[in-house]
Design a protein around this ligand. Structure first.
Ligand code: HEM
Length: 130
């Protein structure tokens, strides 16, 4: 059923699954396997984008009232606000990560990677607490 807690549970599982891919991609690049890093991150990018678009489809079109209960609970709303401070910037940075990686703009890619690592960790931790 399309209830708020169900949607959150599915999102948490999706975020945990793509995080495994991201960690594998970072291990691959640390071992010098750039090609594998690129392939794993292409998958990470595609699946993350699908999760974001799926969430938007649910909350904007299919069931716009599904997260109303969050707004009526101030501590839940605060937890969601913290999460958005991390998740929105990390979603914005993601295409730039893919672009700089594919184009071989290594220095920019590594600077963005440092930001992205912080933002994704924040997204993960604060997301699991909602
Ligand atoms: C978060 C930590 C990350 C680190 C430390 C990292 C680091 C690197 C490094 C060192 C390279 C090799 C550059 C070279 O010398 O050619 C690389 C390539 C690449 N990265 Fe990342 N990256 C990270 C995240 C990401 C993410 C999130 C994406 C995409 C969403 C991505 C996509 C790519 C792609 C497509 C390549 C090219 C692979 C190839 O040459 O076949 N990376 N990355």
């Amino acid at each position: 059923m399309l209830t708020g807690p169900n949607v959150l549970l599915i999102l948490k599982i999706a975020v945990a699954a793509v995080t495994v891919l991201l960690i594998a991609a970072v291990i691959a690049v640390a071992r010098g396997n750039y090609r594998l890093h690129g392939r794993l991150n292409l998958l990470f990018f595609t699946l993350t984008l699908m999760a974001v678009l799926g969430l938007e489809l649910v909350v904007r079109i299919l069931a716009p009232e599904v997260f109303d209960y969050i707004n009526s609970d101030s501590s839940l709303r605060q937890a969601l606000n913290w999460h958005l401070w991390f998740s929105v910037p990390s979603t914005l940075i993601l295409p730039a990560m893919l672009y700089t990686g594919l184009r071989g703009y290594v220095r920019v890619h590594l600077v963005l990677a440092a930001c992205f690592a912080i933002l994704w960790s924040g997204t993960f931790i604060t997301g699991m607490m909602i």
